[in-house]
Write a protein that binds this ligand. Structure first.
Ligand SMILES: Cc1cc2nc3c(=O)[nH]c(=O)nc-3n(C[C@H](O)[C@H](O)[C@H](O)COP(=O)(O)OP(=O)(O)OC[C@H]3O[C@@H](n4cnc5c(N)ncnc54)[C@H](O)[C@@H]3O)c2cc1C
Length: 425
């Protein structure tokens, strides 16, 4: 008996969704062949899925967002699939051998192994410069990180956060509220005697690039009420830790800041260093066909999903649109491969570039827009600010509840002119 493996690298939003989709809708539809079985193998450094979305609150307070809420064991979420159809490997991919179609993995035990693939899905996402927003190896490691951070935060008088995106704004809001308290109904626009000064350093002329200016200005009003100020058109050039425990934050304006705590929230870096350089674009994202999500330079049956991919501006909503596309094309490709037939039509991904982002600012306010419509602050709280969506979507994500049904899709008929073009080529 031989096994043909759909190998998925990365066990977060993209990898988990792809694995459930493949187990529910792909394996059973692949051609039946004597002596051949199909398997989904998921490789991830940690045994637990981390609800990263809640990190801005979880890093600040375990009372507000305990570890028990933000980590979900991966293996039990796959226990219901037929025996042999799913394998979880705790480890990190270190090298891909395109000619041999295999991936080298360093296991959590330190041992090396090599996993052959019939199809490969790269879902290794991004790491953040601040360790507060990324689970590198384990739940225990990140929990310890949070314990240490929370100790230093309690005594902090000056906190500087670099970045103007939603992670920076959410983190500034959580920290400012935690240190300076929640403003009452009649509170002034700026607290009179804040315990701590929180400064957000934004490289652009406005925060929250996806949202319109008026919404971003509303976020600043909410931040000010919590005792956080925003510096615009200012870049963090570097930060230097001093012997006194303070950090000097060097700014492009020359007006440097001294901080008890500095948090770099300037965006993620793709976890793609283990891949062949020819597979990457100039931002080190995995270069793919933006419609089919195939990694063209990688040869057949290689796809990318989630934040590591060149096709996306990032985010979970966008990834959910992409999963059925990559998985349909994978099924089409493998079906043709294993049955020696012509592949069917491709499914195409279209990026949703509408004004869409929900950004809590502290535990009771927030800003956002959905599908181009402004979302009022109370709605932002109701949708996301209460618990950063973990109650509604945390367990559902690790369990793959979204994919109980296969995502519907009708292949477009090949039009006559396209056929003519093909035949004359
Ligand atoms: C603090 C924060 C808050 C956010 N809030 C929101 C939000 O509210 N809404 C929203 O839509 N998006 C949000 N995002 C973005 C969202 O988290 C990402 O879009 C999402 O995490 C992308 O999922 P992913 O699976 O592609 O990658 P990731 O979540 O980055 O996961 C990649 C996985 O691959 C693993 N991995 C890395 N290297 C290897 C390797 N070599 N081998 C095997 N595995 C590897 C990692 O350990 C990880 O488990 C937020 C991001 C951050 C940082």
């Amino acid at each position: 008996m031989s096994t043909e493996t759909i190998l998925i690298l990365g066990g977060s939003f993209a990898g988990l969704n792809a694995a459930h989709y493949a187990l529910k809708h792909t394996l059973a539809q692949l051609p039946k062949k004597d002596g051949v079985s199909y398997n989904v193998t998921l490789v991830n450094p940690s045994k637990d899925f981390f609800w990263r979305i809640a990190a801005p609150r979880a890093c600040v307070s375990k009372e507000l967002m305990p570890a028990s809420k933000i980590f979900f064991p991966i293996e039990p979420a796959f226990a219901s699939y037929p025996k042999g159809s799913f394998t979880f490997v705790q480890g990190s991919a270190t090298h891909v051998e395109p000619a041999g179609r295999s991936v080298s993995v360093t296991l959590a035990s330190g041992e090396q192994t090599s996993i052959p693939y019939a199809a490969l899905i790269i879902a290794t996402g991004i790491s953040t410069p601040s360790s507060l927003f990324t689970q590198t190896t384990s739940r225990a490691g990140l929990t310890e990180e949070y314990d240490a951070f929370q100790k230093s935060l309690a005594a902090a008088k000056t906190v500087v956060i670099g970045g103007g995106g939603p992670v920076a704004v959410e983190t500034a809001g959580e920290i400012a509220e935690f240190l300076n308290g929640k403003p009452g109904f009649m509170a002034p626009a700026v607290p009179k005697n804040p315990k701590a000064k929180v400064t957000l350093v934004c490289a652009d002329k406005k925060m929250l690039p996806i949202l319109r200016e008026a919404i971003s200005q509303q976020a600043e009003v909410f931040l000010k009420r919590l005792g956080a100020e925003v510096l615009y058109n200012t870049k963090v050039v570097t930060s230097k830790d001093g012997a006194d425990g303070k950090t000097e934050v060097v700014l492009s304006t020359g007006k440097n800041l001294e901080a008890d705590i500095y948090i770099d929230a300037t965006g993620g870096r793709p976890n793609t260093g283990f891949l062949p350089k020819e597979w990457l674009d100039n931002r080190n994202k995995v270069a793919c066909d933006p419609k089919t999500l195939r990694v063209t330079a990688a040869g057949p049956h290689v796809y990318v999903l989630g934040d590591a991919g060149s096709y996306t501006r990032g985010g979970v909503m966008d990834m959910v649109d992409a999963v059925p596309v990559a998985m349909t094309n994978l099924k089409t490709d493998l079906t043709a491969h294993f049955s020696n037939s012509q592949p069917g039509a491709d499914r195409h991904y279209t990026a949703n570039l509408s004004e869409q982002q929900i950004c809590p600012v502290g535990t009771s306010k927030g800003v956002g827009a959905f599908g181009g419509y402004k979302v009022p602050s109370t709605m932002v709280w109701a949708i996301k600010g209460r618990d950063y969506l973990v109650g509604q979507l945390g367990a559902a994500t690790v369990n793959g509840d979204q994919w109980k049904k296969e995502s519907k899709w009708k292949p477009q008929p090949v039009v006559a002119s396209a056929k003519a073009g093909l035949s004359s080529a």
